[in-house]
Design a protein around this ligand. Sequence first.
Ligand SMILES: NC(=O)C1=CN([C@@H]2O[C@H](COP(=O)(O)OP(=O)(O)OC[C@H]3O[C@@H](n4cnc5c(N)ncnc54)[C@H](OP(=O)(O)O)[C@@H]3O)[C@@H](O)[C@H]2O)C=CC1
Ligand SMILES: O=C(O)[C@@H]1CCC=N1
Length: 265
Amino acid sequence: MSQIHFIGAGQMAEAMLRAAISRGQMAPACFTLSDINAQRVTELQAQYQLPSPMSDEQAIVDADYIVIGVRPQDDIASVVAKISQLNQSATVVSIIAGVTLATLSQLFGGNRPIARIIPNTLTDTGYGYSGAVLNELVQKEPLQPFLESFGKVMYIDERMLDIFTGFGVAGVNYVYYFIESLVDAGVLAGLPRPQAKDTVYENLVGAVEMLKISGKHPRQLLDINNSPAGVGMHGLFELNNSDFAASLQRSVLAAVRRTTELANE
Ligand SMILES: NC(=O)C1=CN([C@@H]2O[C@H](COP(=O)(O)OP(=O)(O)OC[C@H]3O[C@@H](n4cnc5c(N)ncnc54)[C@H](OP(=O)(O)O)[C@@H]3O)[C@@H](O)[C@H]2O)C=CC1
Ligand SMILES: O=C(O)[C@@H]1CCC=N1
């Protein structure tokens, strides 16, 4: 059983281990945590019945995988120094947005297996891809069960990882925002909120299924959904007349830019 130690026990660390445990793919005993905020660690240990090691240092020594879960703006160099001092062989799994394998390898002084993973916050659902890049020292097979315990895994070229972060992982934002706006539209038109919400959820899941089942392009399904001079076409005309598509695309580009920016701050 692999031992996984998280340094930085924030939102993402919790989302990953909660999914791994609740989906029955990893045992609570696999996980130890450390964080600047000791209270946070105590709370998570109690909530998920995680072991309490003798010390943070001991947990790092015992780990097979060490997940760096701090933010790009945090003192990453001090985290690396601590790992290097205590454990020379564990595979490092960095989830820090924007920070490249080259930067991490340089900090670790080479010879360190490093996986750069950008997890998705859809962890509990089994949907959503984590973007993954491994350096040549990582053994993929033993790492895979951990990665798959909190989502699907998409191995991509590292030069695409910031794009994947801003587009794919931050991408859930656009879906939540779209759902909120569309439910509000139903309410604005006069439907009670619970019915508006149920309708939007059903349409969203159903539309994805239709695209998958039919193999058609969205535009082809739009054509089927719109009769001549009909209801749908009048609605679409207003959308065509708006900045909807370009706004969405500008938002994604801003998120991608910010990913790269963060690594240089
Ligand atoms: N949230 C998301 O959707 C995603 C986030 N990521 C990446 O995951 C990482 C974590 O994000 P998230 O969980 O949202 O952030 P959080 O702020 O929730 O978690 C970071 C945690 O690390 C702690 N911390 C900071 N410095 C240290 C240190 N030197 N040693 C130990 N603990 C430390 C922080 O404590 P304190 O708050 O007290 O400073 C905090 O508890 C980021 O790098 C982000 O880019 C990747 C994919 C998705
Ligand atoms: O906003 C963030 O920092 C993270 C990284 C990608 C999505 N959310």
